[in-house]
Design a protein around this ligand. Structure first.
Ligand code: PMP
Length: 387
């Protein structure tokens, strides 16, 4: 632990007077950000009181949904990818260059937002089973959007392969000297590096080094790999736990060293797409970004869709936190991971994006389930907490 600190420093409770007297905060005191890129990072770390009280551990959520460009941790990644491409001369502002990316949404939204602010165009390829809010938002941001049918990663029409191809086709399609750049979030080191340089150090500083475990799901794996690299460098004993939604193969990979093996019945029709309502995390392949942190992942927790739904509902009712599906998976896994540690331990997880981006799918399902509050409460017994 950080020798300078013996306990977590809790911010003073915010009172009505604070707002009336305009007491300010670290985000508003004497600083003017020069454009939207200045609103990325330095996100709050929130004590999720209901989870901490229920578990007797301290469960903290890194509020990545408060990143000020695209409202998710992908703001950090998009900025890191664009800056790296500019350094290499692959992107030059105001030349008509287009950033191409295959994404389930969040990275596209961050890229499309920053593209506009930094002098580029964006072209986003995404699977057509993702919530409408995300593609509508992308179009409103001025990005070109291709929604394509779900296809295996081996298919040239998989959304990632399509984006790569579109980038390669760019120069031939335009004779204006502009270039196409494939952002490649799944494979580029600029992804995990953004978390090793930003998210990880912020968590370390915010907890004064008093962090016992970090819990997060993996889409590209950039968050887990980057944060794990920094935290374990500072303190090797920090436990890193993967939160994995149903249908994803990563849990099996962490637990048994091999990817989820198809059952006899599934045969060759092995699922390529993760069979879950959760968006943004869970995959059935090992990407370079996951690989960058694989040796650092100590354990994995599987979370069923229904558990994620109940957790999402619980967090609204008890903490006023209205979140998306991957955040709900992270929080459910954080409870399980916390209970495996001694009372008083500090567990940090990631609150990826807001529920507003999931109204038509995840939150509609929660509404359709007709969940009562006590059913969310029962979740804790299911997750291993004695009543
Ligand atoms: N949550 C959401 C909503 C996402 O879109 C993503 C990224 N696809 C993640 C979590 C996972 O982050 P990472 O790609 O760093 O593993």
């Amino acid at each position: 632990p950080n020798p300078r600190r013996s306990s977590i420093f809790w911010g003073a409770p915010v009172t009505l007077e604070d707002h009336e007297q305009d007491a300010g905060s670290s985000r508003s005191d004497g600083v003017v950000e020069d454009g939207i890129a200045g609103c990325i990072g330095h996100t709050p770390l929130i004590n999720m009181r209901s989870l901490s009280e229920a578990t007797g551990r301290t469960i903290l959520g890194k509020a990545e949904f408060l990143n000020g460009a695209g409202g998710s941790p992908k703001d950090r990644v998009a900025l890191s990818i664009i800056r790296a491409a500019e350094r290499d001369g692959q992107l030059v502002p105001h030349r008509g260059d287009t950033i191409y990316e295959g994404t389930v949404g969040s990275t596209g939204i961050s890229l499309a937002t920053l593209a506009r602010a930094m002098g580029y165009r964006a072209h986003i390829c995404m699977p057509d089973d993702q919530s409408r809010e995300k593609s509508d938002l992308l179009r409103a941001l001025g990005a070109a959007v291709e929604r394509v049918p779900v296809a295996p990663i081996t298919s040239p029409d998989h959304f990632v392969n399509l984006a790569r191809r579109r980038a390669a086709e760019h120069a031939a399609a335009r004779a204006d000297g502009s270039r196409g750049f494939f952002a490649d979030q799944f494979e580029t080191p600029a992804n995990w590096e953004a978390h090793a340089a930003g998210t990880g150090p912020e968590i370390w500083r915010q907890t004064g080094g008093l962090v016992d475990a970090f819990v997060a799901g993996a889409g590209t794996g950039g968050t887990v790999a980057g944060v794990a690299r920094h935290l374990k460098e500072r303190r090797p004993a920090v436990r890193v736990v993967l939160a994995d939604p149903q249908g994803s193969g990563l849990y099996h990979k962490v637990k048994h060293g091999v990817m989820y093996a198809p059952t006899e019945r599934e045969g060759t029709r092995r699922r390529q797409q993760v069979d879950s309502m959760v968006e943004g995390i869970g995959v059935n392949r090992v990407t370079a970004n996951f690989e960058a942190g694989r040796d650092l992942v100590d354990d994995a927790v599987k979370v069923a869709d229904e558990q994620a739904c109940r957790m999402a509902r619980w967090l609204v009712e008890n903490d006023g936190l209205f979140l998306g599906s991957s955040s709900a998976v992270n929080c459910a896994a954080a409870v399980v991971a916390a209970l495996q540690l001694p009372p008083g331990s500090v567990v940090v997880t990631v609150l990826c994006d807001s529920g507003t981006r999931h109204l038509s799918k995840f939150w509609k399902h929660i509404k359709d389930m007709g969940l009562e509050e006590h059913e969310a409460t029962d979740l804790f017994a299911e997750l291993g907490l004695e009543k």
